[in-house]
Design a protein around this ligand. Structure first.
Ligand SMILES: C[S@@+](CC[C@H](N)C(=O)[O-])C[C@H]1O[C@@H](n2cnc3c(N)ncnc32)[C@H](O)[C@@H]1O
Length: 230
């Protein structure tokens, strides 16, 4: 998979790119690269944004700047890219990122992520240059970089070879294997601590019963029957 992240702050991704699962995926052919809008702006002085028509606070990322950056990267009209790669604008009001969307994006051959800053995107970027608008939650961050990293993380851990144990990403919270429910509880040594004992079934060595218990716990969490996680 090829992932291009368009941002004003490419250096923000240095730490993320060094994480083990990202490096593992890279070793298996995943490519993660950042493109700076500023490197391709057609405006003088590295300008990338402008004041909003109609007035109001903040600066808006310009459509001609994003168009120029996409054009420089892909050598063609960005609108023509749409059949070939998902171009995702990170924006608070977009489709909420969940496990289903992460799996959908992990199945793509190529992704382009557009990070906004300041007051956000000129709406024509979302409407005409992007194929998708994605939000990582109903709250507002200062920029799309953290949102892009969250999305990349959720997607990359689904790629083969990313995690040490291939099965880790198969049976986890919200996965089809757990019927979309939060994952069951985990325990490790000591088996008892301050009188807090690990459920007996997990010490039984009876794999079928353990599997049944875990699925039941996940279902209870999913139905809200179990105590919500704090
Ligand atoms: C300060 S925010 C802009 C907020 C915008 N004025 C609004 O009220 O919706 C700047 C940029 O951060 C990113 N961003 C902020 N919160 C986000 C979220 N919850 N999900 C995805 N991206 C987000 C977007 O790229 C956005 O363009």
């Amino acid at each position: 998979m090829d992932i291009d992240v368009f941002t004003l702050f490419p250096e923000a991704f240095d730490w993320f790119a060094g994480q083990r699962h990202v490096r593992n995926a890279a070793a298996r052919g995943m490519r993660l690269e950042c493109v700076s809008y500023r490197d391709h702006t057609p405006l003088s002085g590295g300008q990338v944004d402008d004041t909003p028509f109609g007035g109001g606070a903040g600066m808006v990322l310009r459509v001609d700047v994003v168009d120029a950056a996409l054009r420089a990267r892909y050598g063609r009209d960005p609108v023509e890219l749409h059949g070939q790669r998902r171009v995702v604008a990170l924006t608070p009001g977009g489709r909420l990122l969940d496990d289903e969307l992460a799996s959908e994006l992990a199945a793509e051959r190529a992704l382009t992520l557009l990070c906004g800053r300041y007051e956000g995107f000129d709406e024509r970027i979302v409407e005409h240059l992007a194929t998708d608008a994605v939000s990582i939650g109903r709250y507002v961050l200062s920029g799309g970089e953290l949102a892009a990293m969250v999305l990349c993380d959720a997607v990359i851990r689904k790629l083969p070879g990313s995690l040490g144990d291939e099965t880790s990403a198969v049976e986890e919270s919200f996965s089809p294997a757990l019927e979309g429910a939060p994952e069951y509880p985990h325990y490790t040594r000591p088996a008892e601590f301050r009188g807090w004992a690990v459920p007996d079934v997990l010490l039984s060595g009876h794999h079928a019963r353990i599997r049944e218990w875990r699925l039941e716990q996940a279902r209870r969490r999913g139905s809200g029957e179990a105590k919500p996680l704090r």
